[in-house]
Design a protein around this ligand. Structure first.
Ligand code: ADP
Length: 486
């Protein structure tokens, strides 16, 4: 795996969970997996065991010269991880945050190049290289245009797209820096040429053109990306390469997300002892200073990003308060405008005993919110897979979601689904507007109040689903097996 995130050591969102969870599943199935990551200054070093230098002097060709790197090795909860540390004035990863800088394309082009260079020099020859999102989108391009001729000729590449909106659009300098050169060749539309900007290359497009197989993170989103505007200009490329493109639903790491033995919650519970969940509800209220009252707790956990429907999240909060529910929010945004909006909201609601907004990233609190809430809203504008609704289901929290991407593949409406009643597990709405959201929240809060036994049954239906890595792990192995023989 070559990736920019791996939970919990370097996690911003679902990408980190997937890299960790899939790697673990593959190892359980007897395969050997190694993960290559940047050595970010701000990683959670407390989650790395036995960190030591693995390769002292890795020189990575860059522009006309080379950058000196050290490669570190350590275990992250049992996974073998390699961390690339460049020593240059660019200080690519020696910064406060994981993402959000002006030289983003160069940072991750460098990382990708360094990862392949490391494999080459250290004699690592995996059968399959699995890369993720735009950050490592140049890997298949570099592999098949350069490294194939230097000793990585048998490696196959599977690329997974977790988010089509961020594609890695950059200028010619990346081609010169990485040694690809030949702008006239790479600017071709069937290679890396960006659809919208004729003077830019597009890392993700390159991955689609060059990888042996391309996946996205749910079957529904595979269709959306190819056939609707959700492909953000890449629909045509996906169409051209449709024989090697498909959607595999993400799994959830059932070890990390297990209400029966979650170290972050005080009252372990499961379908057989569901009542203990309410101990966590009390703990959540204590922690967030919410008043103890006969009310459901509705929550939101996730990035505060336009993709997530921030205006609807805000609407959900006020709707909950107006309709006799409490609301807990945990989220952060790299976008200053959105961040400020939620800070203001937090200040204005500070005295309200029925809601709490926590702005920031807090893994431990996230676990408590999943465990202690009654319902969770996920009103995304687009959602390639979405993990929060799956975690909610596992923790007996009823998801209220918009019918897009992986949300449509995992949540089935209690009142309107075509599925048998015992397979219905939440509430779903179609339109990304307040009436759409309200229609679902109204039904959810109504059931909680008037038919608690039915609400409990809905919770149990959700907890019985298997959204572990078991099925997706097998699907990815099928993909690897398929490309290995191509
Ligand atoms: P995305 O990848 O678009 O961010 P997903 O739903 O796929 O969304 O994954 C989000 C993951 O990140 C979940 O594990 C969620 O619990 C976690 N997460 C998101 N924001 C926060 C936060 N502020 N604090 C703690 N965990 C968070």
């Amino acid at each position: 795996m070559i990736a920019s995130e791996c939970a919990p050591v370097a996690k911003v969102g679902g990408l980190g969970d997937v890299v960790f969870g899939l790697s673990r599943e593959l190892e359980i199935r007897g395969h050997s997996v190694e993960i290559i990551l940047p050595k970010y200054a701000g990683m959670r070093y407390d989650h790395i065991w036995g960190l030591q230098v693995d390769y002292q002097d890795l020189w990575v060709p860059w522009y006309g010269g080379a950058i000196h790197c050290t490669v570190w090795f350590g275990f992250v909860h049992g996974r073998k991880c390699y961390f690339i540390e460049p020593h240059s004035q660019d200080r690519f990863f020696d910064r406060d945050a994981y993402y959000g800088y002006d030289d983003e394309a160069l940072r991750f082009a460098f990382f990708t190049k360094a990862a392949l260079e490391y494999m080459l020099k250290a004699g690592k020859r995996p059968e399959v290289i699995h890369t993720h999102d735009w950050q490592t989108g140049l890997a298949p391009v570099l592999l098949f245009e350069l490294y194939k001729h230097h000793g990585l000729e048998h490696q196959r590449c599977c690329h997974t797209i977790h988010n089509f909106r961020h594609q890695g659009v950059a200028g010619e300098n990346v081609l010169h820096a990485t040694g690809l050169g030949r702008p006239e060749y790479y600017y071709a539309r069937d290679r890396l040429g960006d659809e919208f900007n004729p003077s830019a290359i597009n890392f993700m497009k390159g991955a689609i053109a060059y990888a042996n197989f391309v996946t996205t993170v749910s079957p529904h989103h595979a269709w959306e990306a190819r056939c609707t505007e959700q492909g953000y200009g890449l629909g045509h490329a996906l169409h051209l390469h449709q024989q090697k493109f498909g959607g595999i639903l993400n799994g959830l790491d059932y070890d990390m997300w297990n209400p029966e033995k979650d170290p972050y919650i005080a009252h372990p519970f499961g379908p057989e002892r569901l009542d203990r969940k309410y101990g966590n509800k009390a703990a959540l209220r204590d922690r967030l200073l919410l008043r103890k009252d006969y009310k459901p707790v509705v929550s939101y956990v996730g990035r505060l990003d336009t993709q997530k429907g921030v205006h609807l999240i805000r609407h959900a909060l006020f709707y909950a308060l107006r309709n006799g529910a409490q609301f807990a929010l945990l989220g952060s945004s790299p976008e200053r405008g959105i961040n400020e909006e939620f800070w203001q909201l937090k200040c204005s609601l500070n005295e309200n005993p029925d809601c709490h907004l926590e702005i920031g990233f807090d893994e431990e609190l996230a676990h408590l919110i999943y465990a202690g809430s009654d319902m969770m809203v996920v009103p995304s504008i687009f959602e390639p897979c979405g993990l929060t609704q799956m975690i909610a289901l596992r923790y007996g929290t009823v998801p209220i979601v918009r019918a897009v991407g992986g949300l449509a593949d995992t949540v089935f409406d209690r009142d309107h689904s075509e599925r048998p009643e015992c397979e219905r597990n939440g509430y779903v709405f179609d339109h990304a507007n307040p009436p759409g959201l309200e229609s679902a929240m109204h039904r959810a809060i109504g059931l909680w109040n008037s038919q608690p036994e039915d609400f409990r049954q809905l919770i149990l239906n959700g907890m019985r689903y298997d959204y572990s890595w078991n099925h997706p792990g097998r699907h990815y192995l099928d993909v690897y097996e398929y490309i290995r023989h191509k």
